[in-house]
Design a protein around this ligand. Structure first.
Ligand code: PEP
Ligand code: MG
Length: 566
């Protein structure tokens, strides 16, 4: 193939990468459909069993590799896949299909996985979409072994950019290491396990790009822009040089920004905390100078398991995080189950109530090791929040550890449902703090699909901005701490607007902390406040962005351009 080509996808891991394309797995291959005779059932079953054993062994090896490279914390990501290799609904059901329907193993496996995926895919939430993808990953692994194919190895000399239809987490562990410097996938979402691993390993990634295979060959030069979610192939030597310079500047910038302060040009201190998904990221949060954990997405510890870990197991993980961050604060968010995550005062199912109690106990007990706060997601009515608080009080009163019973643990709420944003002032009487979730707030205000790539941009819609202003005004009037932990604060342009609206505490992905501080140091709050006021009257998210870029160009233009953000 000749001539440059460009693609847009979801920015899943920041940074710039330049390397030679390495195509792995490409398109999902056609599945062979074969009817079998009674006499062949036994051998087909043992062929399937052998594939399961080989696939399992490969994931065990990846788990060991992950543990060697990054400690034990990430192992649960792969445990999920190991569990699926013993799952009755998947593995036993496939054997049954081979036996009862008299079909070959590949066909049986794809029948069963399609059946398992169907209800998950019917739910628009990204959580269930990702769980469907996990099933696909296990299927792909098993199919590879059924076909007797080996995993593609990264044999290319020098920096390599992996181009895949999708990468299973086990393959990601194996392949997101030198010489791999970047990752591009046709499928996938920013919240997938593979995207999390790319962020963990510091590999710039763009996912969900759509069909690529016809446009890229092995060894084509690929530029990955993990800020803008852009991929360019076979570019001119000049463009390549520019990208390499950007890559090097960003690495130097990160190094230099690790210990800087977050004070605006006009001398106002802004608190920059980190969002945490996996406990090991605490180290990176500390290295990047985060002032605490502003949002601990605890549901990531459950991944695909059928239920959360026991109270003792949670306590051990939470204690580790709280101790490591002490005396900085860790804000735990109770499990936020996608799709069905609403906390309902009256009809919380008994089982979920039990899980919540277990988690609240673990958080309260961990609070003796440092500074802890607890908050609830997706709150929409005052009654719900009061019921949640009452639950915490009940848990607290029943703890046997006197220190845990009396430890100060502020109880807050995420403001991310428009109903709560509209009536924010009514919640100030009951909540100890607000944490604003701009991702869900934009989603529910504008009724767009979570899978829509443009969702980050839509957070700037004037309707969302007006809600953000209501929330911060209500919090300020009541002198209630209020932070912003949604992705709007992580966008170097939108962050200026958040500051202009009055937000003084933010929490962003660990890798974005240094960049957020650099943006803050270049903002003049007086100007940002005027821009925010005008932005509220704009007609669209695009107009808001243009306004901010134009009006703050003197102060921020050099930084934005330096990092290739505008
Ligand atoms: C949000 O909705 O903005 C948020 C921070 O929560 P999550 O992204 O985990 O839903
Ligand atoms: Mg949310």
């Amino acid at each position: 193939m000749t001539g440059p080509a460009r693609f847009k996808g979801i920015a899943a891991s920041i940074g710039v990468a330049v390397g030679a394309a390495r195509l792995v797995g490409r398109e999902p291959r056609r599945i062979s459909h074969r009817r079998i005779e009674d006499a062949d059932i036994a051998s087909e079953l043992s062929r399937f069993e052998e594939a399961v054993l080989k696939s399992r062994a490969e994931i065990e090896a990846a788990k060991q590799e992950l543990t060697d490279r990054h400690g034990p914390t990430y192992a649960p990501i792969l445990d999920v896949y190991l569990l699926m290799h013993g799952d009755a609904l998947l593995i036993d059901a496939t054997s049954e299909a081979i036996r009862n329907d008299r079909i070959n193993a590949e066909w049986a496996l794809s029948k069963v996985t399609e059946r398992l995926k169907k209800p998950l895919l019917e739910d628009a939430s990204s959580y269930f979409q990702e769980r469907a993808r996990d099933i696909e990953h296990v299927r792909e692994h098993l199919l590879r072994h059924l076909r007797g194919e080996r995993r593609t190895e990264c044999s290319t000399e020098g920096p390599t950019v992996l181009i895949a239809h999708d990468l299973t987490p086990a393959d990601a562990v194996h392949m997101l290491a030198p010489p791999t410097v970047g990752l591009v996938t046709e499928a996938g979402a920013g919240s997938s396990h593979t995207a999390i691993l790319a962020r963990t390993f510091g590999v710039p990634a763009v996912v969900g790009v759509g069909p690529l295979a016809a446009h890229i060959d092995d060894d084509d030069v690929v530029l990955v822009d993990g800020f803008a979610g852009e991929v360019a192939v076979r570019v001119s030597p000049d463009e390549r040089r520019t990208a390499e310079q950007r890559r090097d500047r960003f690495a130097a910038f990160l190094e230099a920004e690790r210990t800087t302060s977050a004070m605006t040009r006009d001398g106002v201190s802004i608190s920059v905390a980190a969002n945490l998904e996996l406990p090991n990221d605490v180290q990176a949060a500390l290295e990047n100078g985060a002032e605490g954990i502003g949002l601990y997405r605890t549901e990531f510890m459950c991944l695909d398991s059928l239920e959360p870990p026991s109270e003792e197991a949670q306590l051990e993980v939470y204690r580790g995080v709280v101790e490591a961050m002490a005396p900085k604060r860790v804000v735990f968010r109770t499990f936020d189950w996608r799709g069905d995550k609403r906390l309902r005062a009256r009809d919380v199912k008994q089982r979920e109530r039990g899980w919540l109690t277990t988690q609240i106990n673990a958080v309260l007990r961990a609070s003796t090791e440092g500074q802890v706060a607890l908050m609830f997601p997706m709150v929409s009515t005052v009654d719900e929040f009061r019921a949640a608080r009452a639950m915490v009080d009940r848990c607290r009163s029943q703890l046997s550890d006197e220190r845990a019973r009396t430890a100060e643990v502020p109880i807050g709420m995420m403001v991310e449902v428009p109903a709560a944003a509209l009536l924010a002032e009514r919640f100030t009487e009951y909540a100890d703090f607000f944490a604003v979730g701009t991702n869900d707030l934009a989603h529910y205000t504008l009724a767009f699909d979570h899978r829509d790539n443009r969702s980050a941009m839509q957070s700037l819609d004037p309707a969302v901005l007006n809600l953000l202003q209501r929330i911060i005004a209500a919090a300020s009037d009541a002198q209630l701490p209020c932070s912003m932990c949604g992705d709007l604060a992580a966008d170097p342009v939108a962050l200026c607007l958040a500051l202009g609206l009055g937000y003084r505490e933010i929490s962003v992905p660990v890798s974005v902390v240094p960049l957020a501080r650099a943006v803050i140091r270049n903002v003049d709050l007086h100007t940002a406040t005027e821009v925010a006021r005008d932005a509220l009257g704009c007609g669209s998210a695009e107009a808001v962005r243009d306004l901010v870029v134009d009006r703050l160009d003197d102060d921020l233009g050099p930084l934005w351009r330096e990092q290739g953000i505008v």
